[in-house]
Design a protein around this ligand. Structure first.
Ligand SMILES: NC(=O)c1ccc[n+]([C@@H]2O[C@H](COP(=O)([O-])OP(=O)(O)OC[C@H]3O[C@@H](n4cnc5c(N)ncnc54)[C@H](OP(=O)(O)O)[C@@H]3O)[C@@H](O)[C@H]2O)c1
Length: 258
């Protein structure tokens, strides 16, 4: 039994991961902004699985939010951190609201990095535990017209792979879950649900979470759910970078009907 901190646990992939960790008897700390929803989820998970579920309602784009969470949990040993909270936005970099894009960097990169740094010290001391970062297929290539989102996910992939190598001689599990289009609130929040990418087909959050969870338990470094999604990084590696950019631009621009 472990204590598992999960960000972005109020919906989508994070919620499904929370169910999986709870079903295996782990205690949870759920983080997101919607407190009422988190409390409802916590009640349901604790009564269904008989585990302890705590809630910390927090906007992770705020400075010191990670430190606040860490301080609030100083009497609890957190064994596993799931950095799942994230959002995207589609549109030209020079037209999208700057503050929104800056918040994306703060959530998708800064909060993920600071939570990892704060909680990893004890993991290293105990030589156990793990970090499951939710990246994206978007992390394998540049993504014009959702440029900042793709760049944040490239960070998540690179950060996770680097950390994995640093900790290769320990028992600490380090995994990047890199989903393709998945049917969650993400599509509407980002606007990417109107793109060809999403119209080609989406996976369910439950299946994505299950594959990520199993891969994490097995100690896999990168987990890409779905057969055709697995082919994409390979295709990207074999294609000229400018062509990859151009095709991705077309897919993303289709969200704006350009
Ligand atoms: N869906 C996809 O197609 C897809 C594909 C690849 C990767 N991903 C990645 O998967 C992860 C989970 O997304 P999802 O698809 O499950 O979307 P989702 O249903 O929109 O979930 C996002 C979660 O993040 C939380 N969140 C958003 N802003 C936050 C903030 N400022 N502070 C704290 N929590 C915040 C949301 O909760 P509150 O609103 O309550 O704060 C929610 O629980 C993200 O990192 C996303 O980039 C998604």
């Amino acid at each position: 039994m472990s204590n598992v901190l999960i960000t972005g646990a109020s919906s989508g992939i994070g919620l499904e991961l929370a169910k999986l960790f709870a079903a295996d008897g782990n205690n949870l700390v759920l983080v997101a902004r919607r407190e009422e929803l988190l409390n409802k989820i916590a009640g349901e998970l604790s009564s269904e699985f008989g585990v302890e579920v705590d809630v910390i309602a927090k906007d992770l784009t705020l400075e010191k939010s990670s430190q606040d969470i860490f301080d609030q949990l100083k009497n609890k040993e957190i064994d596993i951190v799931v950095n799942n909270a994230g959002f995207g936005a589609v549109g030209p970099f020079y037209e999208l609201d700057y503050d929104r894009q800056a918040d994306m960097v703060k959530l998708n990169i800064t909060a993920l990095t600071s939570l990892s740094r704060l909680f990893i010290t004890r993991m290293v001391e105990r030589n156990s535990g793990g970090i499951l970062n939710v990246g994206s297929l978007a992390g394998f290539q540049p993504g014009p017209y959702a440029t900042i989102y793709y760049a944040t996910k490239a960070f998540v992939l690179s950060f996770t792979e680097g950390l994995k190598e640093e900790l290769k001689n320990t028992n600490i599990k380090i995994t990047c879950l890199a989903p393709g289009p998945t049917n969650t609130e993400f599509g509407e929040v980002s606007g990417l649900d109107r793109s060809f990418l999403f119209k080609f087909g989406t996976m369910g959050a439950k299946e994505v979470a299950m594959q990520g969870y199993n891969g994490f338990l097995k100690g896999e470094t990168v987990v890409i759910p779905g057969f055709s999604n697995k082919l994409l990084p390979l295709l990207v590696r074999l294609s000229p970078r400018f062509l990859v950019s151009r095709i991705t631009a077309k897919l993303n621009r289709s969200a704006n009907n350009d």
